[in-house]
Design a protein around this ligand. Structure first.
Ligand code: GDP
Ligand code: IMO
Ligand code: MG
Length: 421
């Protein structure tokens, strides 16, 4: 029995799609447990590139994908994603939790309205309705996957909810009339389409675990976007940390064997909020161009900076990470020097923890250790010993600082461009 968990340790886009695809070769089930189609996970197989938003990355390897109860689902997006995969010759094996909350049209409208009302303090959300849907879930005003499969239940829920939502839209002065009958027809249609996948997935997952199957959990976003441990309020609305998998899939923590933290060899972030190691100079632009740092969901440019080990250490502690996967090491090729932030300077004091106050984070000045750069990582070898000496030193420093072993190093987007340490 092996139950592993892969999560992002930074602000998302660490390469979870690539790493999950790589580990999926040994998996029976791959499970998403939080987030929604704010995620964009890229998998490159030969010349084919897949960008998945809701369907777990393991389906590309032919494994069963499970969308757990902690995910928020936009059914229209999910159906389009299934159809797109089918058109490319992949019929995804899929299970959807009956308890997962559904993103409704008013969630998407409200996401935009709330962002507009924040002016220059806006979060920079993906405007996919994620925050408003999670808010409704916690406020017990959500619609769940199971509700879509019964038109009478859905009709009753909409009778309760639509007038409330209409009042909120009116408060925001949004000229939009929510048409209950139209929403009912559309969403029960989605329910009919998805009915065959909707099951109590927590039962399936626990059965799989006790029968010795290999289950791989695929995190979305990253620790610094976690609603408790990230740069709040500049975060997403779910638990992106390892603990989120237990709640978002319905398993006990004792079942998890390895918790693999993905660390991009530098740092990126999309949207607003502080980024202590951000580079606003030509090195930042260089990383953005060379790393292709443009959002897989919204296409927005990602802000770039040096690797921040205060951030990664914070993530490792919160999630109990016991293995590291370093990605995009090749993007640092050709730089004369590379830097790693090991501490922050805040009000003339050195600190090694990530502060809770957003004002403190904004005032943190990174303290760097500088490394000699390297020319080019050869894509022809996937042996650690064939990496340039300077690149090995860079990796060794990360391991030593975090006291966690590196289990894989990714040196390109493709499946084969992976060093299994
Ligand atoms: P995710 O959200 O964590 O799955 O990451 P994204 O897919 O949003 O962004 C990662 C991007 O980097 C994608 O375009 C990947 O194809 C690419 N990528 C992943 N690993 C590597 C790597 O080791 N080197 C390079 N050059 N690109 C990589
Ligand atoms: P993956 O899984 C990077 C960011 C948004 C915004 C904040 C809140 O591909 O790593 P939301 O729409 O969730 O309310 O937006 O979170 N964000 C991501 N950034 N990668 C992601 O997912 C993200 N999902 C959300 O840019 O700053
Ligand atoms: Mg992404």
């Amino acid at each position: 029995m092996t139950v592993n968990l892969v999560i992002g340790t930074q602000w998302g886009d660490e390469g979870k799609g690539k790493v999950v695809d790589y580990f999926s070769k040994d998996a029976d089930y791959v499970v998403r447990f939080q987030g929604g189609n704010n995620a964009g996970h890229t998998i490159k197989v030969g010349d084919e590139v897949y960008k998945l938003h809701l369907i777990p990355s393991g389906v590309i390897q032919g494994k069963t994908g499970i969308i757990g109860n902690g995910v928020v689902i936009d059914p229209e997006v999910l159906i389009a994603e299934i159809d797109e995969l089918k058109s490319r010759g992949i019929v995804p094996k899929l299970l959807i939790s009956d308890r997962a909350n559904i993103i409704m049209p008013y969630h998407k409208i409200l996401d935009g309205a709330e962002e507009n009302s924040l002016g220059d303090k806006k979060i920079g959300t993906t405007k996919r309705g994620i925050g408003p849907c999670y808010s409704d879930k916690i406020a017990r005003k959500g619609i769940r996957a199971i509700d879509l499969t019964d038109k009478n239940t859905l009709s009753r829920r909409l009778d309760e909810l639509i007038p409330q939502k209409q009042r909120i839209l009116n408060l925001y002065k949004i000229n939009e009339k929510l048409d209950k009958e139209e929403i009912l027809e559309t969403y029960s249609g989605f329910g009919n389409c998805l009915k065959k996948y909707i099951v109590p997935t927590h039962v399936e997952i626990n059965k799989a675990i006790s029968s010795g199957k290999h289950v791989l959990f695929e995190g979305a976003q990253g620790t610094m976007l976690d609603v408790d441990f990230g740069t709040y309020p500049y975060t997403t609305s779910s638990h992106t940390v390892a603990g989120g998998a237990c709640i978002g899939a319905g398993i006990g923590p004792q079942h998890i064997d390895d918790i693999i933290g993905i660390v991009k060899a530098y740092t990126t972030r999309v949207g607003g909020g502080p980024l202590p190691t951000e580079l606003l100079d030509k090195t930042g632009t260089h990383l953005q161009t060379k790393g292709g740092e443009f959002g897989a969901t919204t296409g927005r440019p990602r802000r770039c900076g040096w690797l921040d080990l205060v951030v990664v250490n914070h993530s490792c502690k919160i999630s109990g990470i016991n293995k590291l996967a370093i990605t995009k090491l090749d993007v640092l090729d050709g730089l004369k020097t590379v830097k790693i932030c090991t501490k922050y300077k805040l009000k003339n004091k050195e600190i090694d923890y990530f502060p809770a106050s957003i004002e403190d984070v904004e005032n943190c000045k990174p303290v760097y250790k500088e490394f000699k750069g390297w020319n080019e990582i050869s894509k022809k070898s996937n042996k650690l010993s064939d990496l340039p000496k300077e690149a090995r030193e860079y990796l060794k420093f990360i391991e030593k600082e975090l006291k966690i072993p590196i289990s894989i190093v990714s040196i390109g987007p493709g499946r084969k461009e992976t060093i299994d340490v």
